[in-house]
Design a protein around this ligand. Structure first.
Ligand SMILES: [Fe+2]
Length: 304
């Protein structure tokens, strides 16, 4: 079942408006896909600056705020900032980023026109801590769900990741059963014999299926790595299986619509053809109104 050294398609967001059928199929079959040059020029600099501010705030130490999550550095044993939630609420360029037309057209192609943005977070790899991220899936198989459409994260890289420290994935493991995945995760050490590395440049993006096995080795002397995770789910899948309640969906649709509008106003996005969000059926939006907030806490919307 090993599929090492898969030939990754060349996808460049500066040269095409959306994924092609062939590129979309690669993602469905392998569970990951790299898209180069999604964030470039002024937008890349702005987003990096904004997230540096958030990172610095996290490093300085934030108490009594569940949005800032800490771990323990492997080398130093120090408290290190590991994840920051709701980055769209915390920064206007991150709102504009959610409206990115290449990303949204490609999400629509893979998930259908009723897709919903679900999570928005920054994941951090502290510098020089040599943190190993063991093999894992980000989510579990939904028992009983036969909808073949993928649930996935769009990972925006704000820093380069070279061969020594980058993410590794096991191509096609998104199609494995939960038992097969668990068995693979039990192998000792960070075994890469059936895996492929995914080196990245800042501004590049990975689409990664929440079921694809991924992780990263202990890159000695690793630099800081900041990655933005925007997760999307097909509305029909979320409506039937959760994890959020039904009332969550229209709130997040209004957030998405507002972010698309903001992108239309952004000076650095004036050359683009904006994305038109056109949900239908049970997910049709009857009226557009400004959202009351950009932070809808997940735990307020979990199903019982
Ligand atoms: Fe992960």
């Amino acid at each position: 079942m090993a599929v090492q050294n898969v030939k990754m398609p060349d996808v460049d967001a500066l040269k095409q408006a959306c994924l092609t059928d062939e590129q979309a199929q690669f993602f469905l079959d392998n569970g990951f896909l790299v898209i180069r040059n999604v964030l470039v020029g002024e937008e890349l600099r702005l987003v990096q600056d904004e997230m540096t501010k958030q990172y610095d705030k996290g490093v300085a130490g934030v108490e009594d705020d569940p949005d800032y999550a800490y771990g323990t550095g492997v080398k130093t044993g120090q408290k290190v900032i590991r994840r920051i939630e709701y980055v769209i609420d915390k920064s206007d360029p991150m709102k504009v980023l959610l409206g990115h037309p290449f990303i949204l057209r490609s999400v629509e192609k893979l998930q259908g026109n009723n897709f919903i943005p679900t999570w928005d977070s920054m994941v951090l790899k502290a510098p020089n801590e040599g943190i190993i991220v063991p093999w894992h899936r980000d989510g579990g198989v939904i028992n009983g769900c036969t909808d073949p459409r993928p649930i996935f994260n769009v990972d925006f890289y704000l820093d380069d990741a070279d061969l020594k420290t980058c993410l590794w994935v096991i191509p096609g493991s998104n199609l494995w059963t939960q038992e097969e995945a668990l068995e693979r995760c039990r192998r000792p050490r960070f075994d890469t014999s059936d895996a492929t590395p995914v080196p990245m440049k800042s501004g590049d993006v990975i689409f990664h299926n929440t079921l694809v096995l991924h992780g990263s080795p202990d890159g000695d002397g690793n630099p800081l790595r900041r990655t933005i995770y925007y997760e999307f789910r097909p509305g029909e899948v979320e409506a039937q299986w959760g994890p959020h309640t039904l009332e969550y969906l229209p709130f997040k649709q209004q957030v998405l619509l507002e972010c698309i509008e903001r992108r239309k106003q952004a000076p650095y996005a004036q050359h683009e053809t904006s994305f038109e969000y056109r949900p239908t059926g049970a997910h049709a939006v009857s009226s557009v109104r400004k959202p009351d907030t950009f932070r809808y806490p997940h735990q307020m919307f979990w199903r019982r």
